[in-house]
Design a protein around this ligand. Structure first.
Ligand SMILES: Cc1ncc(COP(=O)(O)O)c(C=O)c1O
Length: 391
């Protein structure tokens, strides 16, 4: 099967956040949008066909998740992630961000400390704070673009009574896959202090060849018993607008508490199209599409990294996974304000400013490369407009 990942599709006037909110977000309606984590690549035909097929029946009443849905998830996890999960461990969430919020409410009380590891996805900060929990920062340690966990600080923080750790794996925005050893060391601290681990693994299918993603819950029975794992079809197959995620909770007591929280908030029903899409996605066809898509992403990365190498003050490392490139502009010595203004108003580029991910993102920009290669070519040309600051 051939897929054309370089087909240019206009997304303007489709009520899409990435294009149609450029004026609101950037104050420039013409930026080349390489920010929010969705792709300028159509969802695969076999998923769109499955949705059309469902629309051939004109009644879209209340729905439930059938065996086919659950089996599709277990097949995908066993086959792609080497994790044998039981269908009884699976529940729904209306998107991973909403799932994080439900988990915070299900497993902690107002005022409880919840740990996150910046630089990290903005809603990790906001879901904790908006639920009146105490946000505790356990920043990653950075050395020449390589990141590690700060275990010593974590140990102090959990000893002071934190209740939950929210993990990003692969880590958005840095694109790192945490190794088995790193996860086990982190997990050992969490288990010792009875911490609940919430593992956001929404990008975990998007792994570059040669790398492996490990779900922390798959690494031991004890970790399985204290981990809530969130994932979705939304990043892998570009279906974020379906607002449909899922959660894996091997511990029946924790699963019941999560389900009770979903019920209390009336959010447990889900979306018929999300379920149909998942059944079409988590299949051998989906696997084949993903393999080809990752090859496309690999060549986009090559194109970007070769092009960017002429700007000596921008440093990039290949992500292990995700379509997000964490670009280090610190050598330009520009303030974030100056850098953002130059990128947006002089170059016409809409990246995600690193400051979105916490103080640790100062001087960085996150670049979304899930697009036709022509977009990257244009981005490099636009960077030329501010080359004097970057060389
Ligand atoms: C780490 C991470 N978690 C969650 C989400 C959003 O998930 P959802 O759209 O299912 O709420 C994103 C989207 O960018 C993400 O990067």
């Amino acid at each position: 099967m051939d897929f054309d990942f370089n087909r240019l599709i206009s997304r303007e006037n489709t009520s899409c956040v990435k294009y149609d909110l450029r004026q609101v977000i950037f104050g420039n309606p013409n930026v080349l949008p390489m920010w929010v984590a969705d792709m300028d690549i159509p969802a695969p035909d076999f998923i769109i066909d499955a949705l059309r097929q469902r629309l051939n029946h004109p009644v879209l009443g209340y729905t439930f998740r059938d065996n086919h849905y659950h089996n599709a998830i277990t097949w995908w996890y066993k086959h792609l992630h080497g994790w044998d999960i039981d269908t009884a461990w699976i529940d729904f969430c209306p998107g991973v961000v909403s799932g994080l919020s439900h988990a915070i409410r299900a497993f902690t009380k107002p005022g409880d400390a919840v740990i996150i590891q910046p630089p990290v996805y903005r809603p990790f900060f906001t879901t904790v704070s908006a639920n009146n929990r105490k946000l505790v920062l356990n920043p990653l340690i950075e050395n020449n673009g390589q990141y590690t966990f700060n275990y010593d600080l974590l140990e102090k923080q959990v000893a002071q009574g934190a209740r939950m750790l929210i993990l990003s794996n692969p880590h958005n925005p840095i694109g790192k896959l945490w190794s088995k050893e790193e996860l086990l060391k982190l997990g050992e601290i969490c288990i010792r202090y009875n911490l609940i681990i919430v593992s956001d693994e929404i990008h975990s299918d998007l792994v570059f060849e040669g790398n492996t993603h490990f779900s922390i819950a798959s690494l031991s029975e004890k970790l399985a018993a204290s981990t809530i794992t969130f994932a979705s079809i939304s990043k892998t197959f570009n279906l974020a607008g379906l607002a449909s995620g899922f959660v894996i909770i091997p511990n029946p007591e924790l699963k019941a508490r999560f389900a009770a929280e979903l019920e209390a908030s009336g959010a447990g029903m889900g979306n018929i199209f999300g379920f149909e899409a998942l059944k079409a996605a988590f299949t051998p066809q989906g696997e084949e599409w993903l393999k080809k898509f990752m090859q496309h992403l690999d060549s986009n990365w090559d194109f970007l990294s070769r092009g960017i190498s002429r700007f000596s003050k921008i440093k990039v490392h290949k992500p292990d996974a995700t379509y997000l490139v964490w670009a280090d502009f610190r050598e330009t010595n520009l303030t974030d304000d100056q850098l953002n203004k130059l990128l947006v108003h002089e170059a016409g580029l809409g990246f995600s400013p690193g400051t979105e991910y916490g103080q640790q993102g100062l001087g960085f920009q996150r670049i979304n490369i899930a697009c036709p290669v022509q977009t990257i070519e244009l981005a490099l040309k636009r960077l030329d407009k501010i080359a004097k600051y970057l060389e």
